[in-house]
Design a protein around this ligand. Sequence first.
Ligand SMILES: [Mn+2]
Length: 424
Amino acid sequence: MIGKDRIAAANEAAEADLRAEYDALGAVLDRRGIDIAAVKEKVAGYGIAVPSWGVGTGGTRFARFPGAGEPSTIFDKLDDCGVIHELTGATPRVSLHVPWDDANPADLVAKGEELGLGFDAINSNTFQDQAEQAASYKFGSLSHTREEVRSQAVEHNLYCIELGRKIGSRALTIWVGDGSNFPGQVNFTRQFERYLDSARQIYAGLPEDWRLFTEHKIFEPAFYSTVVQDWGTNYLIATELGDRASCLVDLGHHAPTVNIEMIVARLIQFGKLGGFHFNDSKYGDDDLDTGSIDPYRLFLVFNELVEAADVPGFDPAHMLDQSHNVTDPIESLMNSAMEVQRAYAQALIVDRGALGGFQEENDALMASETLKRAFRTDVTPILQMARLEKGCAIDPVATYRASDYRGKVADERPVSTSGGGGIV
Ligand SMILES: [Mn+2]
């Protein structure tokens, strides 16, 4: 898509400076007893899934401003995801959303192979009506009062599993818009019973080697209550369903002051952390670029993940889930994948022995400083060197801009006319 030659030429101009910066950082870390090559190896081996819906321009309830050369089919979207991976080497898998991305499985697999991409968790969509569907989700799906609506939603999830099996997915993510807009509109208990009953039917259709993720969200699209409102309800669902069910944490799905890293620690402790939808937020589910608002919080989440790295069977799924309203989505997704890698690298260089000692001694100030020392370290050369050694770009955004990929696809793809609202 971009081409090895173009990437190599761009890297050549930047390589000498990078090597000097990498060596200097290596010396700094060496004095702290940290082997920079070992950190780089872990960062190089790290991958995060890109959401297929993230490569289109997003919108708000007010409007959407389509960008040039927007992808219109899943195959266009996969091309864009291929560019992100080609330049960053950090996004080997794509997470599909069905029915938005429904297509012939053999064609999806062939396209993935062509681009060197695999398929991550498959996302079911029962929060909007499709043209051909019999029953409406206006008042809910898996927890709807009417059995025919619930069974239609269950069937859709089973269909997603079938499609996912054919393309090499190993997980289903259920997210529902169910809830209520007025006090008294629903009976909380009966609604949740109906949800659990539907979720059990989906779980019964889950292949043995699959995982099922459920995602909580405090509000929206329902504005008084949501059926899976917080991590407590999410944990109850995962516990009710069984061992292969676990909780997905979307960073934007909490109230602004909630301590998310602590939720992560709790879910790890009780074996129910399924994975993440990474993004950032200032107020609500803003779906801003990962690390753009509160990079320290992202680091603190990764601090918990690195702390738990030795827990047997610990393997949470890492996905981005963002809406790019004013940027080129390819650039935002590249930057976001790199910000996640940055947080991971920073967490890897925390002096865990010292941290544990300060915790035992109740030395609050030095415990905090131990974390901040790692967070303040500019690990950029580690990320860049990992990319250079993979044949990816030292500076993905600059290389992408120089390639004029967007201008080229703008000539080939139909102009998007959809300017209506729509939070995805
Ligand atoms: Mn999400």
